[in-house]
Design a protein around this ligand. Sequence first.
Ligand code: WT7
Length: 655
Amino acid sequence: MSSKKDKKKRKSDAKPAETAHMPSREFSTKARIPSMKAYRKLYKESIDSPSKFWAREAGELSWQKKWKKVLDWKAPDAKWFVGGKLNVCENCVDRHADGPRANKAAIIWEGEPGDKQVITYAQLKREVSRVANVLEKKGVKSGDRVLIYMPMIPEAAYAMLACARIGAVHNVVFGGFASDAIVDRLEDSGATTVITADGGWRRGKVVALKPVVDEALKKYKKVERVIVAKRTGNDVTMKKDRDSWLHDDLKDVSALHSPKGFDSEHPLFLLYTSGSTGKPKGILHTSGGYLTGTYTTCKYIFDMRDEDVYWCTADIGWITGHSYIIYGPLANGATQVMYEGAPNFPDFSRFWQICEDHGVTIFYTAPTAIRAFIKAGDDLVKKHDLSKLRLLGSVGEPINPEAWNWYHKVIGGGRCPIVDTWWQTETGAIMISPMPGATPCKPGTATLPFFGVDAAILDEQGKECKANEDGRLVIRKPWPSMIRSIYGDKKRFKKTYWMDYKGMYTAGDGARRDRDGNFWIIGRLDDVLNVSGHRLGTAEIESALVAHPAVAEAAVIGRPHELKGQAVACFVILKGKHRESEQLRQELRNHVGKIIGAIAKPDDLHFAPGLPKTRSGKIMRRLLKELVNTGKVTGNVTTLEDPTIIAKLAKIIAK
Ligand code: WT7
C-alpha cells in the first residue's frame, strides 16, 4: 500500500534543477519564434494591443462573415469576434480538402490490434460530411446536445467534427467512465442523441461500450437516437426505432454537405470535469475564440509544419483530445497519428514502434506515461529509431525533473526541446509554455505565459507575490478560448472562477515564479486530485462510497504516487452491522469503479473507527493528508471533536 519509496522519490524531485536547457541553433533558426527577443516583442503586443494580435491570428482562419469587434468584455462574460460567423468544421476540414492539402494525410490511425487507416483531408471531408448528413436526416439540429461515448477510432473524430459542422453541441464522455457518469451528463446537458460504438480494444481485450450506454438509458429516457459504430464485433442489443448502426445509416446519404456559418459565440461543446463538489461541471466552449486559441497555440508552441507528423497520445474524452487532436492540429492542416489502445500493448515499446513506423516528429504526452516508460526500462526505447522526433510536449501535471531529464535524453536523444504546457479544461488552450525555439527550460517549470495570457501569482490579499513566493495562479485578462460558463449554472461559474479577485480568473492552482519569471505549478488548491493526469473530485469519490449500503461515511484524499502523480486514499466508516474484511475492501474499490470509472478506484482503502472532525462536524482532510503523507500530525488537535482519533488512524495506516 502507501509506500515509503514514493514519498522519498517525490521529495528529491522537489528541488528545482538549476541548469536551463537551450534549444539548438538548428531548431531555433527554423522556428516561428526563434529568440526570446521575438517572444517578448510579440508577447508585449498581445498584452498591450490584444485586439490587434488576436485579429491577425483569427484572420488566418476562414470566416463566412467577418467580425465587427474583436472582444466584448464585461467580467466574467466574454464575447470574442463579435458578429463574426464561421464553421469550425469547415476550418478543420474543407479549408484543407479544397486546397493543396487534399491528398495529404490528416489522420494516420492505428488500432490496438495493429489495423491501420490513412485518412486524407479529402477523405476526411467526405466522411465527416456523410456523418453530418446522417445526423441531420435523423433530426439533429443546431444547438442540440449530442453525447459521444467512443473509443479512439476515426469515427470518433468524424462524430465530433460532424456535430461542429451542423452546429450541434458535442459532449464527449471518456470511454473509461461508467454508466452513472453517462446518466449525470445526459441529465445535465439534456442530450437527445448518443453516438457510441459496440466497443473498443484495450490491452488485447474488448471494452464494451454500447452495453454501458444501454444501462444508462434505462435511467435516462429522453434519448431519441443512438448511433452505433461497429468496431469490435461484440454482441450488442439494438433497440428498435432508437438504435441504428452507423454503417447502415451511411449507406443512404451523400458525401456532400455544405457547412453553414455559425455565430462566433455559438456553443461548440460541453466537457464535464471535476470540481470541489460531487457534481461534475459542464465546461462550455464556443466557436470562434476556441478555434483561434487552439489554432494559434498549435502553430507557435508545437511549431507545426506541413512536413511534421504530430502525435498527441491523449484520449478524445479529455480536453487535450479536443484541443490538440481534433481542433488545433486539424485547423493547422497537420498530419497526425491517432492510436486506439494502451501504451503497454503488447508491451511498453508500442509508442516507440508507432513513432518509428510513422516517422513522428512532434510527440505530446503526460508525465504519468513518461514515468511508466522509465519504469519499463530504456531497452524498450533503444531498439527503436526515434531520430525523426524534433519536439516533445508534456501536459496534465507538473513534470518531475527526473521524468523531464529522461524524456529529454532517452526519447528526445538530447536534441528535442520539451514544451511543458500548463492549461486546463476551462482555459481551452495552452496558457503557460515554453516557445520551443526560444525559451530556456529548467526541468519542472512550464516557464512563461503564451501570447495574450496575462498570468500572475497573487497572495490572499490580491497582491502580486514576490519571486519564489507561493501564491494563487490567476489570469488577469480574457483570452479567446476561455470557458464561457458552466452549462446551465452561471452562478456556479461566477463563484468558482471569478470571486477570489475582482475581474480575474482563478485557476485553482498554487504556483510560484522564479527570478527569471518562470511559473512553477505546485498543484491544486481545491479538493481536486490529479491521478495520472486525470482530474477527480474527492467529493465525487466520497459520494460514490457513501452510496454503498455498507458505508456510513467516507473521506478521500490524495497521496503522492510514483507513477500516477497522485493516488486515491480513502477512509471509510462502516454502518453498524457491517464488519471490515478484505473482501469488503475490494468490493468498495470496485463499487467506486462501477459508479465513476476505473480511474477513480481507490488505491488505499482504510476502514476507520472515526474521522478527524471539528466540533461543528467538518472533516479535517488536511489532517488526514498529513497523516497519510508523514505518518503523524504536528500541531494542535485539541479542537477536534475526538482528539484520540488521530492516534487510532495512525495505527491503522501503519499496518
Ligand atoms: C489541471 C487541469 C490541460 C489538459 C489536461 C488536464 C494540472 C495541467 C499541467 C502542467 C502542472 C498541470 C493543473 C491544472 N496541470 N497541466 N503542465 N504542469 N500542472 O486538464 O483535467 O482540466 O486539469 O491539471 O493542476 O489545474 P484538466
